[in-house]
Design a protein around this ligand. Structure first.
Ligand SMILES: *Cc1c(COP(=O)(O)O)cnc(C)c1O
Length: 412
């Protein structure tokens, strides 16, 4: 009998051959002229779906070009919440009436964080970690400068990310809101959202998750976890296109009490009442400010429907297989050249990208882009390999990591 440890790991071709989701790669627009060998940055900008090109043309002709202004009455007024509800059902684990598509992630972070803070009288601390994405930290700094709020910083281990113990050590009677990333943008660390959320709530704080790197890649259960607030990008694993407007979630228990700071007519109880003073809508619409970006929210609908067809569990399964494959290849081909794995080894604690560090990776990435191998680079030394489950093959991962090795060898 052969012991499993004596079996060599499956090759990329074998993994692709038995991948049930492999056919979905053809649903995405093929880059022209064979100019892209490996796209490893779907975590920053997802590839467009073919159907999106057709649907956008039909939108211009029909809803916009033919129905014209009537489309606002017929459909568009409800579009931000209708798309939010569908996302809630397919990827967020959220019942209807709590989600909408709105501004950029940065602006939504501001609006929801301010609303949360204002809704917690007697508490003035915002908890965030120093490894969080810059915009999250900057928005918190801005709010603290604007109001009488204090920032409580967590300094996580870059590899293990923010743990429940880290959070437990800093929360207390003055905690207003805790803002953390569900998947860390640098290491790919996947935080223990259910445990951390219950701890924060037990301490009387509001829990806000930035789900930019998990929407569409990692199953979410916002309602079941008891999450208060969440925001996230739609141009990453939701393939919404450059600058696609972000998603916001406000737990129904908070809808009547929280008020966001930017009062605009589209968040008013009766937008067309042209009333003298602002009265917020009773629904999640109160977090909307101005005219919603209807055109920009079309493409993410296509990816949402594709995810509904495939199922988040199957997507997560492939995501884990891809990151395991990338880690094994990085171990074999890059670590001997002095690179260090900078992502969790435990798949249960990892999102859909892996990071590898080497002092030369800034230079390496620039050369890779020229040859159509596209990971991304995050200073000081991190090369990120983003693995969008429906558009990435195992062979592509291998081609990419081999190319990284070749460029690294040529520079050393
Ligand atoms: C990508 C990302 C953002 C981007 O915010 P924008 O306002 O869309 O530029 C914010 N937060 C996190 C955690 C991200 O990963």
């Amino acid at each position: 009998m052969i012991k499993s440890t004596e079996l060599s790991p499956p090759t990329s071709a074998q993994l692709d051959a038995k991948d049930r989701l492999a056919p979905y790669r053809d649903y995405f627009v093929e880059p022209e002229g064979g100019s892209v060998i490996a796209y490893l940055d779907g975590n920053s900008l997802g590839r467009p779906l073919r159907v999106t090109a057709a649907n956008l043309a039909a939108f211009v002709q029909g809803e916009w070009g033919t129905s014209l202004i009537r489309s606002w009455d017929e459909k568009w007024m409800d579009e931000p919440t209708a798309v939010g509800d569908r996302l809630g059902e397919v990827v967020l684990g959220a019942a209807p009436g709590q989600s909408f598509i709105g501004d950029s992630t940065s602006v939504l972070l501001y609006k929801l964080l301010r609303a949360g803070l204002d809704g917690q009288p007697g508490r003035n601390q915002i908890v965030i970690d120093r490894d969080n994405f810059p915009t999250d930290r900057f928005i918190v700094e801005g709010i603290a400068a604007e109001l009488d709020a204090e920032i409580v910083w967590i300094d996580p281990d870059p590899l293990t990310g923010v743990t429940a113990e880290d959070v437990g050590a800093v929360i207390g009677p003055r905690t207003a809101v805790v803002l953390l990333s569900h998947v860390a943008y640098r290491s790919g660390f996947l935080a223990d959202a259910p445990t951390i959320t219950s701890m924060v709530k037990a301490a009387g704080g509001l829990m806000m998750w930035d789900i930019s790197h998990s929407i569409g890649a990692v199953p979410l259960e916002l309602d079941a976890w008891g999450v208060d607030l969440a925001v996230g990008c739609t141009y990453k694993y939701l393939n919404g296109g450059p600058g696609a407007p972000a998603l916001a979630y406000v737990n129904s228990s908070l809808l009547s009490s929280l008020r966001q700071p930017i009062w605009g007519w589209m968040g008013a109880a009766d937008p067309f009442g042209m009333s003298a003073n602002f009265e917020p809508a009773a629904t999640v619409r109160r977090f909307i400010t101005g005219t919603p970006p209807i055109l920009a929210m079309q493409p993410l609908k296509d990816m949402t429907e594709l995810i509904a067809e495939v199922g988040m569990d199957a997507i997560r399964e492939k995501s884990i297989a891809l990151t395991e494959h990338a880690l094994a290849l990085a171990e074999e081909l890059l670590v001997p050249l002095g690179a260090e794995i900078a992502s969790p080894r435990d798949p249960d604690r990892r999102g859909s990208h892996v990071s590898v560090n080497h002092p030369l990776f800034g230079e390496v990435t620039a050369r890779l882009w020229e040859q159509g191998v596209i990971p991304d680079f995050r200073p000081p030394h991190g090369l990120r390999i983003g693995l969008s489950p429906l558009s990435t093959s195992f062979a592509e991962v291998q081609a990419g990591i081999q190319a990284i090795r070749e460029v690294l060898v040529s520079l050393t």
